[in-house]
Design a protein around this ligand. Structure first.
Ligand SMILES: Cc1cc2nc3c(=O)[nH]c(=O)nc-3n(C[C@H](O)[C@H](O)[C@H](O)COP(=O)(O)OP(=O)(O)OC[C@H]3O[C@@H](n4cnc5c(N)ncnc54)[C@H](O)[C@@H]3O)c2cc1C
Length: 462
Protein backbone atom coordinates (compact mmCIF):
# COMPACT_ATOMS: atom_id res chain seq x y z
CA UNK A 1 0.00 0.00 0.00
CA UNK A 2 1.45 3.39 -0.90
CA UNK A 3 1.91 6.29 1.45
CA UNK A 4 -0.28 8.45 -0.85
CA UNK A 5 -3.19 8.07 1.51
CA UNK A 6 -1.15 9.46 4.41
CA UNK A 7 -0.05 12.43 2.30
CA UNK A 8 -3.65 13.04 1.25
CA UNK A 9 -4.85 12.91 4.87
CA UNK A 10 -1.99 15.18 5.99
CA UNK A 11 -3.04 17.69 3.33
CA UNK A 12 -6.55 17.74 4.87
CA UNK A 13 -5.57 17.76 8.55
CA UNK A 14 -2.46 19.93 8.42
CA UNK A 15 0.97 19.77 10.04
CA UNK A 16 1.58 17.40 12.92
CA UNK A 17 -1.81 15.70 12.66
CA UNK A 18 -0.52 12.48 11.06
CA UNK A 19 2.16 10.66 13.02
CA UNK A 20 4.09 7.55 11.99
CA UNK A 21 7.02 5.39 13.14
CA UNK A 22 8.15 5.64 16.77
CA UNK A 23 5.31 8.04 17.61
CA UNK A 24 2.88 5.23 16.75
CA UNK A 25 4.74 2.45 18.55
CA UNK A 26 5.00 4.59 21.69
CA UNK A 27 1.25 5.26 21.87
CA UNK A 28 0.44 4.96 25.57
CA UNK A 29 -2.30 2.42 26.28
CA UNK A 30 -3.32 3.31 29.83
CA UNK A 31 -3.78 0.28 32.09
CA UNK A 32 -1.86 -1.86 29.55
CA UNK A 33 -5.11 -2.71 27.79
CA UNK A 34 -3.38 -3.47 24.47
CA UNK A 35 0.03 -4.50 23.21
CA UNK A 36 2.09 -2.01 21.23
CA UNK A 37 0.19 0.04 18.64
CA UNK A 38 1.10 -1.42 15.26
CA UNK A 39 -0.85 0.95 12.98
CA UNK A 40 0.87 2.54 10.00
CA UNK A 41 -0.14 5.97 11.32
CA UNK A 42 -2.21 7.70 13.97
CA UNK A 43 -4.22 10.69 12.79
CA UNK A 44 -5.62 13.47 14.97
CA UNK A 45 -8.52 15.38 13.36
CA UNK A 46 -9.89 18.48 15.10
CA UNK A 47 -13.44 18.60 13.78
CA UNK A 48 -16.28 16.49 12.40
CA UNK A 49 -15.59 17.98 8.96
CA UNK A 50 -11.99 16.72 9.12
CA UNK A 51 -13.12 13.24 10.23
CA UNK A 52 -15.55 13.24 7.30
CA UNK A 53 -12.94 14.22 4.71
CA UNK A 54 -10.44 11.73 6.12
CA UNK A 55 -12.91 8.83 6.07
CA UNK A 56 -14.02 9.68 2.53
CA UNK A 57 -10.39 9.42 1.41
CA UNK A 58 -9.92 6.12 3.25
CA UNK A 59 -13.14 4.69 1.88
CA UNK A 60 -12.17 5.48 -1.71
CA UNK A 61 -8.97 3.46 -1.20
CA UNK A 62 -10.42 0.73 1.06
CA UNK A 63 -8.06 1.86 3.80
CA UNK A 64 -8.95 0.36 7.20
CA UNK A 65 -9.45 2.76 10.12
CA UNK A 66 -9.50 1.95 13.85
CA UNK A 67 -11.14 4.63 16.03
CA UNK A 68 -9.25 5.45 19.25
CA UNK A 69 -10.84 7.07 22.28
CA UNK A 70 -8.97 6.78 25.57
CA UNK A 71 -7.94 3.21 24.57
CA UNK A 72 -8.99 1.86 27.98
CA UNK A 73 -11.34 -0.74 26.48
CA UNK A 74 -10.80 -4.26 27.76
CA UNK A 75 -11.72 -6.42 24.74
CA UNK A 76 -9.05 -5.53 22.16
CA UNK A 77 -11.40 -3.09 20.41
CA UNK A 78 -8.47 -0.79 19.53
CA UNK A 79 -6.14 -3.56 18.34
CA UNK A 80 -4.40 -2.56 15.11
CA UNK A 81 -2.49 -4.28 12.32
CA UNK A 82 0.36 -2.63 10.38
CA UNK A 83 -2.15 -1.94 7.57
CA UNK A 84 -4.56 0.09 9.73
CA UNK A 85 -4.72 3.81 10.34
CA UNK A 86 -5.70 4.71 13.91
CA UNK A 87 -8.07 7.68 14.14
CA UNK A 88 -7.68 9.36 17.52
CA UNK A 89 -10.47 11.65 18.75
CA UNK A 90 -8.13 13.04 21.42
CA UNK A 91 -7.90 16.52 19.90
CA UNK A 92 -11.68 16.92 19.69
CA UNK A 93 -11.93 17.70 23.38
CA UNK A 94 -14.29 20.64 23.78
CA UNK A 95 -17.24 20.74 26.15
CA UNK A 96 -19.40 22.91 23.92
CA UNK A 97 -22.23 23.65 26.34
CA UNK A 98 -23.72 22.72 29.68
CA UNK A 99 -27.35 23.84 29.78
CA UNK A 100 -28.42 24.01 33.44
CA UNK A 101 -32.10 24.52 32.65
CA UNK A 102 -32.44 21.68 30.16
CA UNK A 103 -29.91 19.61 32.15
CA UNK A 104 -27.89 18.65 29.07
CA UNK A 105 -24.23 18.63 28.06
CA UNK A 106 -23.06 18.91 24.46
CA UNK A 107 -19.46 17.84 23.98
CA UNK A 108 -16.96 16.50 21.47
CA UNK A 109 -16.00 12.83 21.49
CA UNK A 110 -12.48 13.38 22.88
CA UNK A 111 -13.62 14.91 26.19
CA UNK A 112 -12.62 12.55 29.00
CA UNK A 113 -15.23 11.24 31.39
CA UNK A 114 -13.53 13.08 34.26
CA UNK A 115 -13.64 16.38 32.34
CA UNK A 116 -17.35 15.80 31.62
CA UNK A 117 -18.02 15.02 35.29
CA UNK A 118 -16.15 18.17 36.38
CA UNK A 119 -17.93 20.36 33.81
CA UNK A 120 -21.31 19.08 35.01
CA UNK A 121 -20.35 19.63 38.66
CA UNK A 122 -19.29 23.24 37.94
CA UNK A 123 -22.85 23.85 36.72
CA UNK A 124 -24.29 22.23 39.85
CA UNK A 125 -25.24 19.10 37.91
CA UNK A 126 -24.30 15.43 37.88
CA UNK A 127 -22.87 13.40 34.98
CA UNK A 128 -24.50 9.99 35.34
CA UNK A 129 -21.79 7.57 34.15
CA UNK A 130 -18.76 6.65 36.26
CA UNK A 131 -16.06 4.02 35.80
CA UNK A 132 -12.58 3.42 37.23
CA UNK A 133 -10.92 4.51 33.98
CA UNK A 134 -12.61 7.96 34.17
CA UNK A 135 -9.37 9.97 33.79
CA UNK A 136 -8.61 8.39 30.43
CA UNK A 137 -11.78 7.08 28.78
CA UNK A 138 -13.53 9.50 26.44
CA UNK A 139 -17.14 10.29 25.64
CA UNK A 140 -16.88 8.80 22.13
CA UNK A 141 -15.41 5.63 23.64
CA UNK A 142 -18.00 5.25 26.37
CA UNK A 143 -20.79 5.81 23.85
CA UNK A 144 -19.28 3.34 21.37
CA UNK A 145 -18.98 0.69 24.09
CA UNK A 146 -22.23 1.64 25.87
CA UNK A 147 -20.18 1.67 29.07
CA UNK A 148 -21.77 0.63 32.34
CA UNK A 149 -19.88 1.32 35.56
CA UNK A 150 -20.84 1.89 39.14
CA UNK A 151 -24.00 4.00 38.82
CA UNK A 152 -26.04 1.79 36.48
CA UNK A 153 -28.40 0.64 39.22
CA UNK A 154 -29.64 4.23 39.47
CA UNK A 155 -28.96 5.90 36.09
CA UNK A 156 -28.69 3.02 33.61
CA UNK A 157 -26.03 2.30 31.00
CA UNK A 158 -24.46 5.06 28.88
CA UNK A 159 -27.23 4.47 26.31
CA UNK A 160 -29.79 5.70 28.84
CA UNK A 161 -28.02 9.06 29.11
CA UNK A 162 -27.40 9.81 25.43
CA UNK A 163 -30.02 12.15 23.99
CA UNK A 164 -28.29 12.75 20.69
CA UNK A 165 -25.06 12.29 18.82
CA UNK A 166 -23.20 13.03 15.63
CA UNK A 167 -21.48 10.24 13.74
CA UNK A 168 -19.51 10.02 10.53
CA UNK A 169 -20.20 7.03 8.31
CA UNK A 170 -17.49 5.08 6.49
CA UNK A 171 -18.02 7.07 3.27
CA UNK A 172 -17.69 10.40 5.09
CA UNK A 173 -21.42 11.15 5.38
CA UNK A 174 -22.07 13.20 8.52
CA UNK A 175 -25.13 11.99 10.38
CA UNK A 176 -26.10 14.71 12.81
CA UNK A 177 -28.66 13.39 15.28
CA UNK A 178 -27.98 15.99 17.98
CA UNK A 179 -31.38 15.64 19.64
CA UNK A 180 -31.61 17.48 22.97
CA UNK A 181 -35.06 16.42 24.07
CA UNK A 182 -36.21 13.68 26.41
CA UNK A 183 -38.92 12.83 23.91
CA UNK A 184 -38.38 12.63 20.18
CA UNK A 185 -40.14 9.83 18.35
CA UNK A 186 -39.70 11.32 14.89
CA UNK A 187 -38.95 8.15 12.99
CA UNK A 188 -36.16 5.65 13.68
CA UNK A 189 -33.86 6.46 16.60
CA UNK A 190 -30.71 6.26 14.48
CA UNK A 191 -28.29 7.18 17.25
CA UNK A 192 -28.82 3.71 18.73
CA UNK A 193 -26.91 2.25 15.77
CA UNK A 194 -23.72 3.84 17.06
CA UNK A 195 -24.17 3.27 20.80
CA UNK A 196 -22.41 0.07 21.80
CA UNK A 197 -21.39 -0.86 18.24
CA UNK A 198 -17.68 -0.38 19.04
CA UNK A 199 -16.77 1.81 16.08
CA UNK A 200 -17.72 -0.67 13.37
CA UNK A 201 -20.68 1.33 12.00
CA UNK A 202 -19.48 4.92 12.31
CA UNK A 203 -17.20 7.32 14.16
CA UNK A 204 -18.90 9.26 16.94
CA UNK A 205 -17.73 12.87 16.93
CA UNK A 206 -20.14 14.77 19.23
CA UNK A 207 -22.66 13.78 21.89
CA UNK A 208 -25.58 15.32 23.81
CA UNK A 209 -25.75 13.83 27.30
CA UNK A 210 -28.58 14.01 29.76
CA UNK A 211 -27.45 15.37 33.16
CA UNK A 212 -29.13 15.18 36.56
CA UNK A 213 -29.51 17.32 39.64
CA UNK A 214 -26.50 17.08 41.90
CA UNK A 215 -27.28 14.97 44.97
CA UNK A 216 -27.01 16.70 48.34
CA UNK A 217 -26.35 13.67 50.56
CA UNK A 218 -23.92 10.84 50.08
CA UNK A 219 -23.68 7.70 52.19
CA UNK A 220 -21.26 4.85 51.63
CA UNK A 221 -20.78 1.71 53.74
CA UNK A 222 -18.53 -1.30 53.42
CA UNK A 223 -20.26 -4.40 54.75
CA UNK A 224 -19.27 -8.02 55.27
CA UNK A 225 -21.60 -10.97 54.64
CA UNK A 226 -21.22 -14.58 55.72
CA UNK A 227 -22.59 -16.13 52.54
CA UNK A 228 -24.00 -15.25 49.13
CA UNK A 229 -27.73 -15.49 50.02
CA UNK A 230 -27.01 -12.78 52.63
CA UNK A 231 -25.57 -10.56 49.89
CA UNK A 232 -28.74 -11.04 47.82
CA UNK A 233 -30.89 -10.31 50.89
CA UNK A 234 -28.87 -7.13 51.52
CA UNK A 235 -29.47 -6.00 47.94
CA UNK A 236 -33.21 -6.70 48.21
CA UNK A 237 -33.44 -4.69 51.45
CA UNK A 238 -31.46 -1.79 49.97
CA UNK A 239 -33.68 -1.69 46.87
CA UNK A 240 -36.84 -1.79 48.95
CA UNK A 241 -35.82 0.91 51.41
CA UNK A 242 -33.75 3.23 49.24
CA UNK A 243 -35.96 3.70 46.15
CA UNK A 244 -34.45 6.33 43.85
CA UNK A 245 -31.42 6.88 46.04
CA UNK A 246 -29.60 3.54 45.84
CA UNK A 247 -26.70 4.49 43.52
CA UNK A 248 -24.24 1.65 44.04
CA UNK A 249 -24.20 -1.99 45.05
CA UNK A 250 -20.87 -3.69 44.47
CA UNK A 251 -19.83 -7.14 45.65
CA UNK A 252 -16.28 -8.40 46.25
CA UNK A 253 -15.40 -11.99 47.06
CA UNK A 254 -12.68 -12.31 49.70
CA UNK A 255 -10.06 -13.25 47.12
CA UNK A 256 -10.52 -9.77 45.63
CA UNK A 257 -10.58 -7.94 48.95
CA UNK A 258 -7.49 -9.69 50.27
CA UNK A 259 -5.47 -8.86 47.17
CA UNK A 260 -6.14 -5.12 47.42
CA UNK A 261 -5.97 -4.41 51.19
CA UNK A 262 -3.13 -4.86 53.69
CA UNK A 263 -1.21 -6.97 54.41
CA UNK A 264 -1.24 -8.36 50.84
CA UNK A 265 -2.43 -5.20 49.04
CA UNK A 266 -1.48 -1.53 49.41
CA UNK A 267 -4.76 -0.11 50.82
CA UNK A 268 -5.80 0.08 54.48
CA UNK A 269 -8.32 -2.61 55.44
CA UNK A 270 -11.38 -0.98 57.06
CA UNK A 271 -12.82 -4.47 57.76
CA UNK A 272 -10.70 -7.46 58.65
CA UNK A 273 -9.76 -9.71 55.73
CA UNK A 274 -10.88 -13.34 55.82
CA UNK A 275 -14.65 -12.75 55.72
CA UNK A 276 -16.36 -14.53 52.83
CA UNK A 277 -17.92 -11.56 50.99
CA UNK A 278 -17.83 -7.76 51.06
CA UNK A 279 -20.44 -5.31 49.80
CA UNK A 280 -20.03 -1.64 48.97
CA UNK A 281 -23.37 0.06 49.45
CA UNK A 282 -23.97 3.64 48.29
CA UNK A 283 -26.95 5.96 48.47
CA UNK A 284 -27.21 9.55 47.23
CA UNK A 285 -30.23 11.65 48.07
CA UNK A 286 -31.70 15.12 48.30
CA UNK A 287 -33.01 15.28 51.86
CA UNK A 288 -30.20 16.16 54.27
CA UNK A 289 -32.61 16.12 57.22
CA UNK A 290 -33.51 12.46 56.69
CA UNK A 291 -31.09 10.61 54.43
CA UNK A 292 -28.28 9.87 56.90
CA UNK A 293 -30.70 8.58 59.54
CA UNK A 294 -32.50 6.47 56.99
CA UNK A 295 -29.24 4.93 55.79
CA UNK A 296 -28.21 4.17 59.37
CA UNK A 297 -31.61 2.60 60.08
CA UNK A 298 -31.30 0.31 57.06
CA UNK A 299 -27.87 -0.83 58.21
CA UNK A 300 -29.32 -1.58 61.64
CA UNK A 301 -32.03 -3.68 60.03
CA UNK A 302 -29.42 -5.58 58.01
CA UNK A 303 -27.41 -6.30 61.16
CA UNK A 304 -30.41 -7.30 63.22
CA UNK A 305 -31.69 -9.64 60.50
CA UNK A 306 -28.23 -11.24 60.30
CA UNK A 307 -27.68 -10.40 56.61
CA UNK A 308 -24.59 -8.38 57.51
CA UNK A 309 -21.96 -9.45 60.05
CA UNK A 310 -19.59 -6.49 60.05
CA UNK A 311 -19.54 -3.01 58.58
CA UNK A 312 -18.12 0.49 58.49
CA UNK A 313 -19.81 3.72 57.38
CA UNK A 314 -17.80 6.57 55.83
CA UNK A 315 -18.07 9.86 57.73
CA UNK A 316 -16.35 12.24 55.31
CA UNK A 317 -15.58 12.64 51.62
CA UNK A 318 -12.10 11.27 52.31
CA UNK A 319 -13.51 8.15 53.93
CA UNK A 320 -16.05 7.71 51.13
CA UNK A 321 -13.25 7.90 48.57
CA UNK A 322 -11.16 5.44 50.61
CA UNK A 323 -13.97 2.87 50.59
CA UNK A 324 -14.56 3.28 46.84
CA UNK A 325 -10.79 3.06 46.27
CA UNK A 326 -10.94 -0.56 47.46
CA UNK A 327 -13.44 -1.46 44.78
CA UNK A 328 -11.57 0.51 42.11
CA UNK A 329 -8.19 -1.02 43.02
CA UNK A 330 -8.35 -3.54 40.19
CA UNK A 331 -4.71 -3.47 39.04
CA UNK A 332 -3.40 -6.24 41.35
CA UNK A 333 -6.38 -8.34 40.28
CA UNK A 334 -6.30 -7.87 36.51
CA UNK A 335 -2.51 -8.22 36.34
CA UNK A 336 -1.53 -11.76 35.23
CA UNK A 337 -5.15 -12.69 34.71
CA UNK A 338 -7.61 -13.37 31.91
CA UNK A 339 -10.61 -11.14 32.47
CA UNK A 340 -14.28 -11.87 31.95
CA UNK A 341 -17.36 -9.70 32.28
CA UNK A 342 -20.54 -11.77 32.41
CA UNK A 343 -24.14 -11.09 33.33
CA UNK A 344 -26.62 -13.41 34.98
CA UNK A 345 -29.43 -13.40 37.55
CA UNK A 346 -28.17 -11.87 40.78
CA UNK A 347 -29.36 -14.81 42.83
CA UNK A 348 -27.33 -17.21 40.64
CA UNK A 349 -24.02 -15.36 40.92
CA UNK A 350 -22.85 -17.19 44.07
CA UNK A 351 -23.56 -20.64 42.63
CA UNK A 352 -21.91 -19.64 39.36
CA UNK A 353 -18.67 -18.59 41.08
CA UNK A 354 -18.63 -21.86 43.07
CA UNK A 355 -19.25 -23.90 39.90
CA UNK A 356 -16.48 -22.01 38.11
CA UNK A 357 -14.06 -22.75 40.96
CA UNK A 358 -14.86 -26.44 40.49
CA UNK A 359 -14.35 -26.22 36.71
CA UNK A 360 -11.02 -24.36 37.08
CA UNK A 361 -9.75 -26.97 39.53
CA UNK A 362 -9.07 -29.04 36.42
CA UNK A 363 -6.71 -26.37 34.99
CA UNK A 364 -3.62 -26.16 37.21
CA UNK A 365 -2.27 -22.71 38.08
CA UNK A 366 -5.60 -20.90 37.71
CA UNK A 367 -7.86 -19.25 40.26
CA UNK A 368 -10.99 -17.09 39.78
CA UNK A 369 -11.20 -13.73 41.55
CA UNK A 370 -14.75 -12.39 41.38
CA UNK A 371 -16.23 -8.95 42.03
CA UNK A 372 -18.59 -6.60 40.27
CA UNK A 373 -21.74 -4.61 39.89
CA UNK A 374 -24.11 -7.19 41.37
CA UNK A 375 -26.99 -4.73 41.40
CA UNK A 376 -26.73 -4.65 37.58
CA UNK A 377 -26.52 -8.46 37.15
CA UNK A 378 -22.84 -7.96 36.27
CA UNK A 379 -19.90 -10.01 37.55
CA UNK A 380 -16.25 -9.48 36.67
CA UNK A 381 -14.29 -12.71 36.90
CA UNK A 382 -10.52 -12.39 36.64
CA UNK A 383 -8.91 -15.79 36.22
CA UNK A 384 -5.37 -15.59 37.60
CA UNK A 385 -2.98 -17.38 35.26
CA UNK A 386 0.68 -16.51 34.82
CA UNK A 387 1.09 -18.99 31.99
CA UNK A 388 -1.08 -17.67 29.17
CA UNK A 389 -0.27 -20.28 26.55
CA UNK A 390 -3.08 -20.13 23.94
CA UNK A 391 -4.25 -23.64 24.75
CA UNK A 392 -4.63 -22.73 28.44
CA UNK A 393 -6.41 -19.47 27.60
CA UNK A 394 -8.90 -21.39 25.45
CA UNK A 395 -9.45 -23.96 28.21
CA UNK A 396 -10.16 -21.17 30.71
CA UNK A 397 -12.55 -19.42 28.28
CA UNK A 398 -14.39 -22.68 27.78
CA UNK A 399 -14.63 -23.25 31.53
CA UNK A 400 -16.01 -19.73 32.11
CA UNK A 401 -18.57 -19.89 29.29
CA UNK A 402 -19.61 -23.54 29.65
CA UNK A 403 -20.24 -22.94 33.34
CA UNK A 404 -22.28 -19.85 32.41
CA UNK A 405 -24.54 -21.75 29.97
CA UNK A 406 -26.93 -23.36 32.50
CA UNK A 407 -27.51 -19.92 34.07
CA UNK A 408 -28.47 -18.38 30.68
CA UNK A 409 -25.78 -15.76 31.27
CA UNK A 410 -24.42 -13.23 28.75
CA UNK A 411 -20.74 -13.26 27.73
CA UNK A 412 -20.42 -9.48 27.99
CA UNK A 413 -22.26 -7.37 30.50
CA UNK A 414 -20.55 -4.06 29.74
CA UNK A 415 -17.11 -4.34 28.11
CA UNK A 416 -18.38 -5.34 24.67
CA UNK A 417 -17.08 -7.88 22.17
CA UNK A 418 -14.11 -6.33 20.34
CA UNK A 419 -11.75 -8.98 19.01
CA UNK A 420 -11.42 -10.89 22.24
CA UNK A 421 -14.97 -12.17 22.68
CA UNK A 422 -15.93 -12.44 19.01
CA UNK A 423 -15.44 -16.24 18.86
CA UNK A 424 -18.07 -16.58 21.61
CA UNK A 425 -20.69 -14.10 20.34
CA UNK A 426 -22.99 -16.96 19.27
CA UNK A 427 -23.32 -18.03 22.91
CA UNK A 428 -25.23 -14.82 23.64
CA UNK A 429 -26.81 -13.91 20.30
CA UNK A 430 -28.97 -15.98 17.95
CA UNK A 431 -27.95 -16.68 14.33
CA UNK A 432 -30.65 -14.23 13.20
CA UNK A 433 -29.27 -11.49 15.46
CA UNK A 434 -25.70 -12.04 14.26
CA UNK A 435 -26.81 -12.08 10.63
CA UNK A 436 -28.61 -8.75 11.10
CA UNK A 437 -25.45 -7.28 12.67
CA UNK A 438 -23.50 -8.43 9.61
CA UNK A 439 -26.11 -6.99 7.22
CA UNK A 440 -26.05 -3.63 8.99
CA UNK A 441 -22.26 -3.63 8.84
CA UNK A 442 -22.28 -4.43 5.10
CA UNK A 443 -24.90 -1.77 4.42
CA UNK A 444 -23.21 1.06 6.35
CA UNK A 445 -19.61 0.09 5.56
CA UNK A 446 -19.58 -1.86 2.29
CA UNK A 447 -15.78 -1.65 1.97
CA UNK A 448 -15.35 -2.91 5.55
CA UNK A 449 -12.96 -0.11 6.51
CA UNK A 450 -14.27 0.74 9.99
CA UNK A 451 -12.64 -1.29 12.77
CA UNK A 452 -12.68 -4.42 10.58
CA UNK A 453 -12.92 -7.76 12.37
CA UNK A 454 -14.23 -6.31 15.63
CA UNK A 455 -17.59 -7.63 16.94
CA UNK A 456 -18.42 -9.40 13.65
CA UNK A 457 -15.98 -10.52 11.01
CA UNK A 458 -17.22 -10.02 7.46
CA UNK A 459 -14.16 -11.82 6.15
CA UNK A 460 -15.09 -15.07 7.93
CA UNK A 461 -17.96 -16.83 9.59
CA UNK A 462 -18.24 -16.04 13.32
C1 LIG B 1 -9.58 0.33 35.28
C2 LIG B 1 -10.69 0.14 34.31
C3 LIG B 1 -12.00 0.12 34.76
C4 LIG B 1 -13.04 -0.07 33.87
N1 LIG B 1 -14.30 -0.09 34.35
C5 LIG B 1 -15.33 -0.24 33.49
C6 LIG B 1 -16.67 -0.24 33.98
O1 LIG B 1 -16.92 -0.17 35.18
N2 LIG B 1 -17.66 -0.35 33.08
C7 LIG B 1 -17.41 -0.45 31.73
O2 LIG B 1 -18.36 -0.52 30.95
N3 LIG B 1 -16.15 -0.45 31.25
C8 LIG B 1 -15.11 -0.36 32.08
N4 LIG B 1 -13.84 -0.36 31.60
C9 LIG B 1 -13.60 -0.54 30.16
C10 LIG B 1 -13.41 0.80 29.38
O3 LIG B 1 -12.93 1.80 30.19
C11 LIG B 1 -14.71 1.23 28.75
O4 LIG B 1 -15.04 0.29 27.75
C12 LIG B 1 -14.70 2.62 28.11
O5 LIG B 1 -16.01 2.93 27.73
C13 LIG B 1 -13.80 2.75 26.91
O6 LIG B 1 -13.67 4.11 26.59
P1 LIG B 1 -12.40 4.61 25.75
O7 LIG B 1 -12.57 6.05 25.43
O8 LIG B 1 -11.16 4.24 26.44
O9 LIG B 1 -12.60 3.76 24.44
P2 LIG B 1 -11.51 2.92 23.57
O10 LIG B 1 -10.91 1.92 24.44
O11 LIG B 1 -10.60 3.94 22.96
O12 LIG B 1 -12.42 2.30 22.49
C14 LIG B 1 -13.35 1.31 22.79
C15 LIG B 1 -14.04 0.87 21.49
O13 LIG B 1 -14.80 1.94 20.95
C16 LIG B 1 -14.28 2.36 19.70
N5 LIG B 1 -14.29 3.83 19.72
C17 LIG B 1 -13.62 4.65 20.57
N6 LIG B 1 -13.94 5.93 20.32
C18 LIG B 1 -14.82 5.92 19.29
C19 LIG B 1 -15.52 6.93 18.59
N7 LIG B 1 -15.39 8.22 18.87
N8 LIG B 1 -16.35 6.55 17.59
C20 LIG B 1 -16.50 5.24 17.26
N9 LIG B 1 -15.86 4.25 17.90
C21 LIG B 1 -15.04 4.59 18.91
C22 LIG B 1 -12.91 1.75 19.58
O14 LIG B 1 -12.54 1.49 18.25
C23 LIG B 1 -13.07 0.47 20.39
O15 LIG B 1 -13.66 -0.52 19.63
C24 LIG B 1 -12.76 -0.21 32.48
C25 LIG B 1 -11.45 -0.18 32.02
C26 LIG B 1 -10.42 -0.02 32.92
C27 LIG B 1 -9.02 0.01 32.39
Amino acid sequence: MSSDILAAIAAVLGDGRVVTGDAVASHDFPWDTHDTCRARAIVYPRSTAEVSRMLALCNERSQSVVPFGGTTGLVQGCATTPDDIALSLQHMSRVEEVDPDEQTMTAEAGVTMLEAQDAAARAGLYFPVDIGARSNCMLGGIVSTNAGGTKVIRYGMTRDSVLGLEAVLADGTVLSSMNRYLKNNSGFDLKQLFIGSEGVLGVVTRVVFRLHARRLTHNVALLACADFPSVVATLATAQRHLPGSLTGFEVMWNRFYERVVAPQGRLDAPLSPGQPLYVLLEAMGNYPAHDDDRFAAILETLFSEGAVTDGVVAKSDREREALWAIRHEVEPVIEHSHNFDVSLRRADAGDYVAALDAALAGIPGTEAVAFGHLGDNNLHVCVQMRDKAPVRVRAVEQAVYETLGPYAGAISAEHGIGLEKRPYLALSRSPAEIELMRRLKRMLDPNNILNPGKVVDLAAEN
